[in-house]
Design a protein around this ligand. Structure first.
Ligand SMILES: [Zn+2]
Length: 371
């Protein structure tokens, strides 16, 4: 069970009662006592007070036992600055290793739930070992008990310690699809999930580092020196840039080579609806994809509940037809239902209007855009 030191005031009162010394006298004595410790340890008043009471006064203040903490949302975790005792759960969107300035291995990860996402970090060798032993994969739903929050340069992250319990949850309480945010409500710099269909795609290919994607001036399959990763075998790197829509809003999405390689260019481009976790960069007007939840089973895709206006349908149908090089009516109805929650009647009406305006045409049962 996690424990924590009592608050400074509580310990001082306790010592004052036992020794008859005033709080002021105790504070002064603790300050002197602290000088024998290194600066970094000395800066914790709580620890110094505790050690002074124990070592110099022979007193052990009652240590409060923190009950197993309840699971809180990531939104709640972000508001906290607790050094330990926090618990949360969510989908592991990404994990990566990196080297710290002191040349130690570290792990970074992104955890996401229905309220948002947050960065997490592991530094200690033992902690990293423990994390690796759980064999966590991106897309896993995990529960973390007893971790802390660290703030560095205004950015908060979860700090996993040796006392953190890591658990992989086999039956998640909700699907990753259920965490989706409408494109219009994405928040700058935060990793969130969207449901989208790719309207147009564009690929960029070059030879580069299989780990960091850096461009390398060698042929495919040759050894090369990556500035960041050292000696690597150069591989073809394919980026996909696409215009994606969730039916109400469009966004430029970028899918990095590691994901294109993992899922395959064709599977990505042929999916009607993709569930994408990514980080929206407002300044670049871009959604950088971190994880793709490829549909393994039929899921009911309802990206949003807002009813589409007739205008919106008439605007989106030509785009859909263009990106799919035409579509039969039943497919178009299905697409409009999935993407925009449009009824069959509404879609038929929009098709009729577009036909009347000469914007689309019907040939051999396939609707296409009029050139
Ligand atoms: Zn590299």
């Amino acid at each position: 069970m996690p424990t924590s030191l009592p608050p400074v005031e509580e310990m001082l009162n306790f010592a004052s009662e036992r020794t008859g010394k005033t709080i002021e006298q105790l504070k002064k004595a603790i300050e002197e006592y602290s000088t024998k410790y290194a600066e970094v340890i000395r800066s914790s008043d709580r620890l110094m007070t505790y050690l002074y009471l124990k070592e110099e006064l022979g007193l052990t203040p009652p240590i409060s036992t923190v009950p197993p903490s309840e699971i809180v949302s990531i939104e709640e975790v972000k508001k906290s600055l607790a050094k330990s005792g926090l618990s949360t759960e969510g989908y592991l969107i990404r994990q990566w290793t990196f080297t710290t300035s002191s040349q130690n291995e570290a792990i970074g990860f992104i955890l996401l739930d229905k309220t948002g996402s947050m960065l997490g970090m592991l530094f200690n060798e033992q902690v990293i070992e423990n994390w690796k032993n759980h064999n966590l994969q991106t897309g896993d739903f995990i529960r973390l008990r007893n971790f802390g929050v660290n703030e560095y340069e205004g950015r908060k992250s979860m700090r996993i310690s040796a006392r953190t319990q890591i658990e992989k949850v086999n039956k998640p309480p909700y699907s990753i699809e259920e965490t989706a945010t409408p494109i219009s409500q994405l928040r700058d710099g935060e990793c969130l999930v969207i449901h989208a269909t790719l309207l147009t795609t564009e690929e960029t290919e070059y030879i580069g580092c299989p780990y960091c994607g850096r461009k390398l001036d060698v042929k495919e399959g040759q050894k090369a020196d990556c500035q960041k990763c050292g000696e690597v075998i150069a591989e073809k790197q394919t980026w996909i840039r696409a215009l994606a829509t969730d039916g109400t809003e469009d966004i430029q999405v970028t899918i990095p080579p590691r994901l294109v390689k993992k899922y395959g260019k064709k599977a990505i481009e042929d999916s009607y609806i993709l569930t994408l976790a990514g980080t929206y960069r407002k300044s670049e007007g871009e959604f950088m994809v971190e994880y793709i939840a490829m549909p393994t089973q039929k899921t009911e895709a309802k990206p949003q509940t807002v009813k589409p206006s007739a205008n919106m349908l008439e605007e989106k149908i030509p785009l859909l037809l263009q990106s799919w090089n035409g579509m039969p009516e039943d497919k178009l109805i299905e697409q409009c239902r999935n993407l925009m929650n449009a009824t069959e009647e509404e879609t038929r009406k929009a098709i009729e209007n577009l036909m009347n305006q000469g914007k689309i045409k019907l040939e051999k049962g396939i609707y296409t855009v009029t050139n």
